[in-house]
Design a protein around this ligand. Structure first.
Ligand code: ACO
Length: 327
């Protein structure tokens, strides 16, 4: 009997530099207490001068390949979800491919789906190898601290940098049970780039604005809570599962209050909902694969556990994956 497609190995990379709430108190009018009470975040990581989305992704991929026990030459695809590339091209995925020594060996490309980037990339990669065979690397990587306005206390306290990766392919280690992707226009969270208009001799010069992330926090909070509720309902129906059958829940690490709400909807105790938002803040597309990697390494996901991955993000996007860990 042919093996189902599942996750064979996971990896994560977090930059060394820690930015604490006390550090942020020196930059903006905020307090450790306010940040902890409203978000659950204590600290986050900041990529160093020699790091970017590609270098972090390479480190996460190396770990995922070692954990999977396969050689890079067996890969057919490398799909990256990210929102913060420092190059328009080459794609982050191609820079990772090169860093892994896999030039000419596979097809690598990026996709952008806000903080749902990893679930989107996983869906696309699964469907590619389902048709064509072989293995794929799926990556989420973001350097959010480079897109934030560190004079805007309502956004700069929320985000951090990091990368996570998984190797997927035919395996008896786990199997992907169901997944969906969704999106809808919502301008309450955006980041506009203007270089194309600035450089064009054919367009009127735009009024310079700062190219920082803008977010209406309370509106995005409401969307996020609805997205978690809707995602849970939809992925359970698709996987033919009940809430009682979920053993472990991984929700995009944006705010501890959103994780608590998700746990309430799922009727699950918080010890079955992964939390690392306190240590890393919101790492966007990297959030889900970092959490999945840590939950596996900490033994929180066990044999025969059914796990749900739920994400929501700018766009807006939302998506979910159901999987079973088999060994
Ligand atoms: N420190 C101190 N006070 C602050 C800070 C801060 N860092 N930020 C805002 N405040 C103040 C506001 O100015 C406001 O003061 P006022 O009442 O005098 O006007 C007060 O605190 C309350 O502000 P709200 O924005 O209403 O606070 P809220 O409880 O909604 O929390 C937060 C704000 C944490 C941003 C919350 O709305 C949130 O988490 N939203 C969702 C964010 C999110 O998940 N984004 C990402 C999702 S998608 C993706 O990951 C890309």
């Amino acid at each position: 009997m042919s093996l189902a497609i599942g996750i064979l190995g996971t990896g994560a990379y977090l930059p060394e530099r820690v930015l604490t709430n006390a550090d942020l108190e020196k930059l903006v009018d905020t307090s450790d207490q306010w940040i902890r009470e409203r978000t659950g975040i204590r600290e986050r990581r900041v990529a160093g001068p020699d790091e970017d989305v590609a270098t972090m992704g390479i480190a996460a991929c190396r770990q995922a390949l070692a954990h999977a026990g396969i050689d890079g030459s067996e890969l057919r695809y490398l799909v990256v979800g990210s929102n913060t590339s420092n190059y328009m091209y080459p794609a982050i995925a191609i820079r990772i491919q090169h860093g892994l020594g896999l030039d000419d060996k596979l097809a690598a490309f990026d996709l952008q789906a806000g903080c749902s980037g990893f679930n989107y990339a996983l869906y696309v990669a699964e469907n590619l190898i389902k048709n064509e065979g072989g293995y794929a690397l799926v990556v989420g990587t973001d350097t959010n601290t480079r897109m934030l306005d560190f004079t805007d206390r309502s956004t700069c306290i929320l985000f951090g940098d990091g990368a996570g990766a998984v190797v997927i392919g035919p395996t008896d280690r786990s199997r992907l049970l169901a997944s969906f992707l969704a999106s809808s226009y919502n301008g309450k969270l955006y980041l506009k780039t203007e270089f194309s208009e600035l450089n064009s001799p054919f367009l009127p010069k735009p009024t310079p604005v700062n190219n920082y992330m803008y977010m209406d926090g309370p509106e995005i909070f409401k969307f996020a809570v609805r997205a978690v509720q809707e995602s849970l309902r939809r992925i359970l129906a698709q996987a033919g599962m009940t809430r009682e059958e979920i053993d472990f829940l991984i929700i995009h690490q944006a705010n501890y209050r959103i994780l608590e709400t998700g746990a309430r909807f799922a009727k699950m105790p918080m010890d079955k909902v992964y939390v690392n938002v306190d240590r890393y803040g919101n790492t966007s597309a990297a959030s889900i694969p970092i959490a999945l990697h840590e939950a596996l390494m900490e033994g929180k996901i066990k044999k025969n556990h059914k796990v749900i991955l739920i994400s929501f993000g700018a766009g807006v996007t939302w998506a979910a994956t159901a999987l079973e860990w088999l060994s």
